[in-house]
Design a protein around this ligand. Sequence first.
Ligand SMILES: Cc1cc2nc3c(=O)[nH]c(=O)nc-3n(C[C@H](O)[C@H](O)[C@H](O)COP(=O)(O)OP(=O)(O)OC[C@H]3O[C@@H](n4cnc5c(N)ncnc54)[C@H](O)[C@@H]3O)c2cc1C
Length: 416
Amino acid sequence: MRFSGFRVFKEAVTGHKGWKPLWRTPDPQPEYDIIIVGGGGHGLSTAYHLAAKFGVTRVAVLEKGWLGSGNIGRNTTIIRSNYLLPGNEHFYELSMKLWENLEQETNFNSMVSQRGIINLIHTDGQRDAYRRRGNAMMLAGAGAQLLSRDEVREMVPFLNFDNARFPIKGGLMQTRAGTARHDGVVWGYARGADMRGVDIIQNCEVTGFRIENGKVLGVETSRGYIGAKKVGVAVAGSSSRVMAQAGMRLPMESHVLQAFVSEGLKPTIPGVITFGAGHFYISQSDKGGLVFGGDLDGYNSYAQRGNLPVIEDVAEGGMALMPMIGRARLLRMWGGIMDMTMDGSPIIDKTDIDGLYFNGGWCYGGFKATPASGFCFAHLLAKDEPHEVTRQMRLDRFARGYLLDENGRGAQPNLH
Ligand SMILES: Cc1cc2nc3c(=O)[nH]c(=O)nc-3n(C[C@H](O)[C@H](O)[C@H](O)COP(=O)(O)OP(=O)(O)OC[C@H]3O[C@@H](n4cnc5c(N)ncnc54)[C@H](O)[C@@H]3O)c2cc1C
């Protein structure tokens, strides 16, 4: 079924009886060419791209819960490609290009909204760093604008420009950045993959790998054994636990990240704004809620909920940046599990076990990566060759000393 304005009109006048479920609910087959473990954004995007771009359709996505129950349905929906290092920037710019065509490609309204992002500048040193990053972005074709204080004030006059500790001195803007409806991304990729023959199997937890003579033969699941020529793992916050079932220890820690949404308000915030003197970022959803977040909870956890000290820290960041936020009432808050690597950059690579591939370490920036991550992981799975934009996202870079340390913070996963 194709979606269109005409279709919406027809269904409206015929009592909405013609809508069909977006994907099937198949039972697992005994064997697949490729099994993807994890039905989050990255797993579904991988399955979609395997079928749509590489013609591999004997594929199953195994999800232990329901589609969208993980981080893909819990993030603050920010998409951008404003990175510094070539090992990251070309990848995220590919992702931005895929976002720009996502809805046409999947024929699904994922509400991609390029409303722009402003990273605020509070010191002269920060301006130098952002100018450098802006130059890197322009070299990669991502586009960037360095804004003066007056230009920022014209766009977002409600910010606290004269804060004694954190005066706003300007901003780095990427106009092509913005937000997308996270559930719409899950549903669009799931529908696109299912239409091309991929089996999406929910409530099916992978509990182990069958490995013989260094080669993976399939996976043990809560619904029995399923064979596969290749297995790709894309389980985000559960990466270390799932890969431990294959005997692997990853250069990664899991931490909680919380997000918050206020009551619905009239349009206030035009795009995405990030506070440069603390950890606080905010945008406004199409329903009117202020969607914001801050730092990790800072301790290792697999719980999808956080604690009060970070809530206080986020509230302080918000009040320092835009005191009027103190008048808004908080509606909801939640947490997700972040797969934090030692250098803050992701991994898309083969493992030492033949036929077992890994995609993870997205830290708190993996939503924006969803299209390119799936495309590049599908490329690796289908061709056994990394895509050129992921060549540095290797698992062994920590052992070899070739880190992709975007922030220059070293091996401190809770600080990336
Ligand atoms: C509060 C918060 C805010 C964020 N904000 C942003 C943002 O603004 N921009 C941005 O770019 N990124 C953001 N992120 C990060 C982003 O959401 C993640 O990096 C990304 O979603 C991770 O990839 P995923 O979608 O595949 O993960 P998930 O949706 O978590 O998918 C992994 C799936 O694997 C499944 N799974 C786990 N174990 C098993 C098993 N044994 N068997 C089968 N299935 C299993 C899980 O149930 C889950 O559904 C945020 C994250 C959080 C939590």
